[in-house]
Design a protein around this ligand. Sequence first.
Ligand code: AMP
Length: 424
Amino acid sequence: MNFNSPRGTADVLGPDILYRDYIIDTAKKLFQLYSYKEIITPIFEHTEVFTRGIGQYSDIVSKEMYTFQDKKGRSITLRPEGTAPVVRAFIENKLYAQNLPAKLFYIGHMFRYERPQKGRMREFSQLGIEAIGSNDAVTDVEAIWLLNQLFLDLGFKNLRLLVNSIGCLECRKEFLKILEDYLEKIKNGLCSDCNERFGKNTLRIYDCKVEGCKEILKDAPKIEEYVCQTCKVHFARVTGILDRLDIKYEIAQSLVRGFDYYTRTIFEIISKDIDSAQNALGGGGRYDNLVKQFGGPDLPSVGFAIGIERTYMLMKELNIDIKCIKSPKKIYFIRLDDKHDAYLFHILKFFRNKNYICDFNINIKNMSTEIKKAKSSGFDFAVIIGDQEAEDNTITIKNIETFHQDVFRFAEEADKIIEFVEYK
Ligand code: AMP
């Protein structure tokens, strides 16, 4: 009997819940400002949604899907990504009959049978957007702008935004022929995964993290030299408007992405603060043929997804504070002696920076009078600062309703303090 959580999954508790909520709330607010509306699709789909959509030779479809037969023998897959299901839902619900592009966002769990490591799980969650039904470069720009703004709003500073164009199906076909001819003679030097990819998903070889492959790819032909004039003009419009918006980006010629459906503009946001293959926080791109491929109208589209766990793991590592975003709790600070005022203000600053509503007693009376006063004024918590607290650098927090109370070391237990205020 195995009572541990399955490999690659994790329970989410304590402060991680607050980080999750914070990311989701921040994203939802921002998506609404950009006129995106929420869509919720099932966690599982018919397997073809992914085999057709993502491409049968992609890593995800060939190795990573959780696929099973249901009791009627239908092949079902736990969704590994959000775009193919949203496109399926867009067509099934005839959303193309409305104003286009349809601007949709989703939040949900994804499942990929990957080798688990830090920042890479088998169950994880993403939030993402899809703008379905516009070929215009402004749609690409808006998606990139939104992705960039989301991480700025969350408090990230040290990011790289990578963009590239991988051309349309036509110009890419020609490029792939040239790339495969070039690699044919030297493919023995590529890793076994890249040899697998060769001929099926050759473009992905550009994305390989193995040093030997990177070295071989250095002198290989670059897609930039082969994209057609129309794709070039499209990409120049994207970068031109990004310049006007003063968004800092880098053109990364080796950027390719994991799904077959991407065309033209692709982009990724990565953190400069971590040096690992798991430094990509989010990414996306244009997919001009997917809706048609699913039997819908010919509607070019663009979207992105970010990883929620990866984002909050990094926020915690970088000590990026979350602000209180639910209706803010009210905290009353009771100082028992004015000699502790400097300490009191140090603590007040911490709570006010997190957007809690704070006040403190001006007149120093006894504690029970102050607590009664706090209760009648609608405060949720009382924080008591007496001799002991000031001396030990602690704070005593009391829930005014339940009288539950606890003592925390102020500097070291910030997470626990917030957890207490939010949940106790
Ligand atoms: P993708 O759907 O592969 O383009 O990934 C978009 C984002 O989702 C990545 O940048 C990660 O932040 C996140 N992500 C993808 N795969 C995983 C995974 N296995 N575990 C955790 N996060 C993931």
